[in-house]
Write a protein that binds this ligand. Structure first.
Ligand code: ARG
Length: 265
């Protein structure tokens, strides 16, 4: 299901007329919402054979049930997800969930649900690399997923245009670069870094917190600007994030009890 803004509707009608064809507003999938994700960010979202799994998947499911909505989640990748939702009323997807940090910059182009998860960026290095905080990465080689808050933070520290900061289309590729020895560190969200260290004990990685240089971030479900879905989804997010079910899924995917004090202010 796609809720069309008047502007989007007019634009689509225009397109349909111009193409003399049918752009099915509402889609053939009945009332199902189309939701996008970049499923290469375990434990938040990743592929398990042909299924998308992770905290965000369980959280989305609980929210959709609470809101009485049906949906289909698709692995679109990171950059395509932003490019699509930027089209507003003409976007192919109704929303995205992908460990997306709510930021003032993104809020100019997209709408966000209430925050549902507190995160912070973290440094991943090989053991013995001698990195103690983010400032020490200034003269090192660092890999990040492009267009993430990690890229923004590291640009701030290493300087915009610094070629020692390598950007990849997915975080999985950034991790591969570290494994290959092409960089000294990867910066990504804490849950992802911690899970990676745990899942690769033989590789001897370190996960380093730097709460001085990396501020807390809050994930939101992202909508095309002006989406009429936000109100309904927000009400459901508010319920689910305060539920025992939330605590259970957090323990399942993150491994510890959630601290939601700052989330539910
Ligand atoms: N939280 C960070 C951001 O919003 C990184 C999220 C990356 N998510 C993903 N599924 N690759 O920029």
């Amino acid at each position: 299901m796609k809720k069309w803004t008047t502007a989007g509707m007019i634009a689509v009608l225009g397109l349909a007329l111009a193409a003399c064809g049918g752009n099915e507003a509402g889609g053939s999938g009945g009332d199902k919402l189309s939701i996008a994700t970049d499923a290469s960010y375990a434990p938040m979202e990743s592929m398990d054979k042909d299924k998308i799994v992770g905290f965000d998947v369980d959280f989305l499911d609980a929210v959709m049930k609470e809101a009485g909505l049906t949906y289909e989640l698709t692995n679109t990748g990171w950059d395509p997800l932003f490019a699509d939702l930027e089209k507003g009323g003409q976007s192919a997807y109704d929303a995205a969930i992908s460990a997306i940090s709510i930021s003032d910059d993104r809020k100019q182009t997209y709408d966000f649900s209430l925050p549902y998860f507190e995160s912070v960026n973290m440094i991943l290095t090989k053991q013995g690399a001698g990195v103690k905080d983010a400032l020490e990465l200034k003269d090192r080689k660092v890999a990040v997923q492009g267009a993430t808050t990690a890229e923004e933070l590291m640009k701030g520290i290493m300087g915009d245009g610094n070629t020692a900061l390598k950007r990849f289309a997915s975080n999985a590729e950034a991790l591969l670069e570290l494994e290959k020895g092409g960089v000294d560190a990867v910066v990504a969200d804490f849950a992802v870094v911690q899970a990676y260290v745990q899942n690769n004990p033989e590789q001897k990685f370190d996960a380093i917190y730097d709460k001085t240089n990396f501020a807390p971030e809050y994930y939101g479900i992202m909508f095309p600007k002006g989406s009429e879905l936000k109100e309904k989804v927000d009400a459901a997010v508010e319920k689910v994030r305060a539920s025992d079910e939330y605590k259970e899924m957090y323990k399942k995917w993150i491994g510890v009890e959630p601290d939601t004090t700052d989330l539910i202010r």
